[in-house]
Unconditional design. Structure first.
Ligand SMILES: O=C(O)CCC(=O)C(=O)O
Ligand SMILES: [Fe+2]
Length: 349
């Protein structure tokens, strides 16, 4: 990563970080242990907590989440070692426009470069995906993870963590289904053998954090994201009233937020969280966002049980694989169009 700020990183004036924003108070911390106890009334209470948190915050922290601490610690260690390798070594597993897996240090959000380097991998590699985002092109390709040789044990540590994040994702989908008045396994078949990926982020110290962002404002394309952060602050969220707030890390907890696919499946009941990451001058920051989406052939549309004459569908359906491709393209290219979001599929009512 360059040690001075190139112009490609400089945010337009209206999206630059605001040093005056406050720390969020009262983000819900949800204990998932009732899922292990099986106690019906405790599970019902948990379901109500998740519903309230997603309606009010579009995110929450989870504790007693079931991800073993040693698996997480091992992944954290190997990831820090990977990003500390010389650039030439990391570029051996570089991702590109066609093959979206691997290392990248030229990530764009809304056409401005992010102050970050990333490594993306599928949790169920290989995955069959549409070859491009063009709606009427049926061509498919099979993509597989790029596996760096160094550091030793990196691939195994990432795979072990990815499986755990996916397991947590499935448990949360059950709670979310119940919160929508649906059978707990309603989402299961859509998400099996999906192309869900874990994105590992390294935000190096930055000489000009007032001009750039670690990651520009975005919503996640996923149904839900399991976000693991270290103890360095940086994440900021946009509230429904348009106000930005800082999220301080909660050690040992994971952040869960809803994305575009859940917005559509729930017919707009659970909206996606707008968020961004600020850079800082002296600390490295690491995070991992497991982006849990459906399998690529799934048509993402409002679930039929959630729509009726009084509550008609708010979105047209779209094939998940095409949506995913289009979102990933915008990480590489300066597109003339905006990032594809659920609102682009909104039905005018
Ligand atoms: O680093 C973070 O806290 C958030 C990362 C993020 O939003 C993403 O990778 O989509
Ligand atoms: Fe995100």
């Amino acid at each position: 990563m360059a040690c001075e700020v190139e112009s490609a990183y400089i945010q337009p004036t209206d999206t630059r970080p605001d040093p005056t924003i406050q720390v969020a108070q009262g983000i819900p911390v949800i204990d998932l242990s009732p899922l292990d106890s099986g106690d019906k009334s405790q599970v019902n209470q948990l379901v109500e907590e998740v519903k309230a948190a997603l309606k009010e915050w579009r995110m929450f922290f989870v504790v007693n989440h079931g991800i073993p601490a040693d698996i997480r610690q091992n992944a954290d260690e190997k990831i820090a070692q990977f990003f500390a390798l010389p650039l030439e070594e990391k570029l051996k597993v570089q991702r590109d426009f066609k093959d979206t897996l691997g290392y990248f240090n030229k990530e764009l959000t809304h056409n401005t470069k992010d102050w970050v380097e990333v490594y993306d991998y599928f949790v169920n590699s290989p995955v069959e995906l549409p070859a491009n985002a063009e709606a009427d092109c049926p061509k498919m390709v099979t993509l597989a993870n790029k596996r760096p040789e160094n550091p030793l044990g990196f691939v195994e540590a990432c795979d072990a963590y990815g499986k755990e994040a996916e397991r947590l994702g499935f448990r949360l989908l059950e709670v979310i289904a119940l919160s929508l008045g649906l059978p707990s396994k309603r989402f299961q078949a859509y998400f099996e053998n999906s192309g869900s990926f874990n994105r590992v982020n390294h935000y190096p110290p930055c000489p000009s954090p007032s001009l750039v962002l670690g990651k520009g404002c975005h919503t996640d394309a996923s149904a839900l994201t399991v976000l693991a952060t270290d103890n360095v602050s940086g994440l900021e969220i946009k509230r429904k009233d348009g106000k930005w707030l800082k999220v301080n890390p909660l050690p040992g907890a994971y952040i869960i937020n809803t994305g575009e696919a859940m917005n559509v499946f729930s017919n707009g009941y659970y909206e996606s969280l707008e968020h961004r990451v600020v850079a800082n001058t002296n600390q490295h920051r690491y995070s991992m966002g497991f982006s849990f989406g459906p399998a690529s052939h799934v048509m993402v549309k409002p679930l039929k049980e959630l729509v009726n004459e009084l509550n008609p569908p708010k979105f047209k359906g779209f094939m998940w694989g095409k949506f995913y491709r289009s979102r990933r393209n915008s990480n590489f290219l300066r597109l003339n169009a905006e990032n594809l979001e659920a609102r682009h599929f909104k039905i005018n009512q």
